[in-house]
Design a protein around this ligand. Structure first.
Ligand code: BGC
Length: 319
């Protein structure tokens, strides 16, 4: 009797297994999403839009927080692999980790869409060497830097608010490992010099995309250089929101005796541009980027070979 039961159970298990496997075709696509950290103004908007959009397409989505720790994120990727997701969308903690992550997902045969932190920018030929089911969806950070510089160069006084003939600036940098930080720092200033403007860097330090650090660094720079500061460039709006608090605390007024530009066009910053409290920002299109990443992920999960890189345009935002 006991033996019979065991046999029946075994048969049921096999049948159950067969049913699951057969149902595979019609099953919703399982997407694992790894975000470098949840506590980031821009990536919060991005991940919420990404999840909503993927779910609207019928996908089953799990989003995890890498907490700014690459080792933690690599574990999360391994867990998704063990779970058997159909496709991964990964916002690397460190762009350089692409070298280790790509072989991992390839060995598990899980197509992967990298987002927001572009790998191999220094050497695009690296793309030819990696698995063709991996791609990148993002934006060209050079464009955002150029737009920041142009916003300042297009002002009536070309950014020289104290009229000493030179644009003296403070640069608050994101995470310097990230190409968005490198290019925004470089190309914002290049746009000024390309417009024939003389520049002078007073202060440049990393704020890791973080509002509190932006506030701290701007306070330090303003205490040190006072009225000499014409412009505060911030690699993102989060840090610029922090800088604005310090500008006000120092008794300065954006648009009157100092200029301030960020990148992202966070909704609260767009309102501040409207209210003349920010000189400008640059739209980092989280809607366009997340939708593109989701569409590409669902296509590669269905067997399509993606292009290597998809980019979404930035847009200048001034009053
Ligand atoms: C955004 C930043 C964000 C960073 C995260 C950048 O593209 O402009 O706001 O912190 O991505 O990697």
């Amino acid at each position: 009797m006991k033996k019979f039961l065991v046999l029946v159970l075994a048969a049921l298990m096999v049948a159950g297994l067969a049913v699951t496997v057969q149902a595979g075709e019609g099953d919703p696509i399982k997407v694992g999403v790894c975000i470098y950290k949840f506590d980031d103004n821009f990536m919060t908007l991005y991940r919420q839009e990404l999840q909503t959009y993927l779910e609207s397409k019928g996908a089953v989505v799990t989003v995890v927080d890498g907490k700014g720790d690459q080792a933690e994120q690599t574990n999360q990727i391994n867990s998704f692999i063990a779970e058997g997701v159909d496709v991964l969308i990964v916002n690397l903690v460190q762009s350089s980790a692409a070298d280790a992550i790509i072989p991992l997902v390839q060995a598990a045969n899980i197509p992967t869409v990298l987002i927001n932190r572009e790998p191999f920018v220094d050497d695009p030929s690296q793309w030819d060497k990696v698995w063709d089911k991996v791609c990148y969806v993002g934006a060209d950070a050079r464009q955002s830097g150029t737009f920041q510089g142009q916003i300042i160069a297009d002002l009536p006084d070309k950014g020289d608010v104290n009229g000493n003939g030179v644009v003296d600036y403070v640069m608050i940098i994101g995470d310097p490992e990230n190409v968005d930080a490198q290019y925004r720092t470089e190309f914002s200033i290049k746009a000024l010099t390309d417009a024939g403007i003389t520049v002078n860097e007073l202060f440049a330090q990393r704020g890791d995309w973080d509002q509190a650090k932006g506030q701290e660094l701007a306070a330090t720079a303003l205490a040190q250089f006072g009225d000499q500061v014409d412009v505060i460039f911030c690699n993102n709006d989060g840090m610029a929101l922090g800088a604005l608090q310090s500008i006000k605390a120092a008794g300065r007024t954006v648009g009157k005796d100092i200029y301030l530009v960020g990148v992202d066009a966070l909704p609260e910053v767009v309102q501040l541009v409207e209210a003349d409290e920010f000189t400008g920002t640059v739209l980092n299109d989280h809607v366009g980027q997340s939708h593109k990443a989701a569409d590409v992920a669902l296509e590669v999960a269905g067997g399509t070979t993606p292009e290597r890189i998809y980019t979404v345009d930035y847009v200048k935002v001034t009053k």
